[in-house]
Design a protein around this ligand. Structure first.
Ligand SMILES: Cc1ncc(COP(=O)(O)O)c(C=O)c1O
Length: 403
């Protein structure tokens, strides 16, 4: 039988306003970072409720640059950053790209997030920060994490790439730690195509981030960082010579600026974000409720009364009683038009690139279990009741045949 329905994993909405802004930027021949980037940063900060937002080239860079800020506060290269074993590989890569060593902690099978009760076991003299990930939009156990961080004088940086719209104990994710990193890649609810952004209430962190995104440029004011200052800037006198301030680099930086065309897509997206969030939340809560009947064969994450899960995607994990493999289930979904992705891997033990760090299979049983048995499907704004019921009915049919 030929498929009638095709349920893609994601979708992207580029608004008319974005198109208009892009054309304006092109007409003015002004496409590197400028006023649209600044406007996007201001609006994004307002949305999350922080005083600062610094736009970057990717969510991975957002993680990496937020970590690199710590060098201004005493961190040394090869110091340690604690992260969950299970995440999209960007989290681990960002730690390495920032020049630190990732130290992994297993996750909980029910929440998919770092098991906060095991963090203290891995703290050493070299630990500088904890970077929890709110995987699939489910807030990590931030009270415990922040308590541990305070006790050991560590920084906390949220990897909030997947957590737009998530709320933890009445507070928006993104405002729960020293800094938070969001991705603006097309898979996310606010997108600039490619991009990332760090939010914080600390203006000193924001200044350093602006320097870091422009190779560690000495002057962090937007005119210099955005390369529009003349070489005769008052700040150069700080150096007591006549060197061009734009070419003095105070820290090891990155090339990670957002451009005007990306910011234009983001500005358009910010306008429709409330509607996207509402639609996706409706989809998520509907599926979460209906999914209970598939226990103990399949399960998903649960929403606790003190939180709101950000509707990034819908996680599905094979339960203890499942008498089928993930491959068989995924093949069945695919055959019937439903796109899916695996639910990532245990970075230290299931991603070959991390092998040199010396971990061995079995070290992170929960992350590895999800790596072997987890998947996620879309709940995006173009899906409605009809598509959700189609997915649920298909799963019902599959379970009847396979259990
Ligand atoms: C948990 C997590 N962290 C970081 C990133 C990196 O974002 P990007 O793809 O924009 O580099 C992603 C990507 O979606 C992610 O899911």
């Amino acid at each position: 039988m030929k498929n009638k329905i095709r349920i893609n994993f994601g979708t992207v909405s580029v608004t008319k306003k974005a198109e208009r802004l892009i054309l304006q930027a092109l007409a003015k021949n002004r496409i590197s970072a400028g006023k649209y980037v600044r406007e996007f940063e201001e609006k994004f900060a307002r949305l999350i409720g922080t005083t600062e937002a610094v736009a970057l080239s990717s969510g991975t860079d957002a993680d990496a640059l937020a970590l690199a800020v710590l060098y201004d506060f005493g961190a040394k290269r090869q110091d340690e950053i604690i992260i969950p074993a299970l995440s999209f590989v960007a989290t681990g890569n960002a730690v390495l790209q920032a020049g630190f060593r990732p130290v992994f902690v297993d996750v909980e099978r029910q929440t998919l997030n770092i098991d906060a009760s095991r963090i203290e076991e891995v703290i050493t003299q070299k630990t500088r920060a904890i970077m929890p990930v709110h995987l699939m939009g489910k807030p990590a156990d931030m009270d415990t994490i922040n308590r541990i961080a305070k006790k050991y004088k560590l920084f906390v940086i949220e990897d909030a790439a997947e957590a737009y719209g998530a709320i933890y104990k009445g507070k928006a994710v993104g405002r729960l730690a020293d800094m938070a990193a969001f991705s603006l890649y097309v898979a996310h609810m606010i997108t600039t195509g490619e991009g990332g952004i760090v939010v914080t209430d600390r203006s000193d962190f924001a200044e350093i981030l602006r320097s870091l995104r422009a190779h560690g440029r000495a002057c962090k004011c937007n005119t210099c960082v955005l390369n529009t200052a003349s070489s005769y800037c008052a700040k150069r006198f700080k150096y007591g010579d006549n060197r061009d301030i734009r070419f003095i680099f105070e820290r090891i930086g990155f090339s990670s600026k957002m451009n005007e065309l990306e910011a234009a897509v983001g500005l358009g997206n910010l306008d429709i974000y409330p509607a996207i969030l509402k639609k996706r939340r409706k989809n998520l809560t509907y599926l979460m409720e209906k999914f209970r009947e598939f226990q103990p064969y399949l399960y998903t994450i649960r929403e606790e009364p003190n939180e709101q899960i950000g509707p990034h995607a819908f996680a599905i994990i094979l339960g203890k009683e499942a008498k089928f493999t993930r491959d068989k289930f995924v093949y069945f979904l695919e055959k019937h038009g439903i796109d899916s992705r695996s639910l990532f891997l245990s970075m230290p033990t299931q991603c070959p690139g991390f092998k040199y760090l010396g971990y061995k299979l079995g070290d992170f049983p929960n992350a590895e279990y999800i790596g072997d048995n987890g998947l996620h499907i879309g709940i995006h704004q173009e899906m409605g009741q009809k598509e959700l019921d189609y997915v649920l009915n298909l799963i019902k049919v599959f379970l009847l045949k396979n259990n």
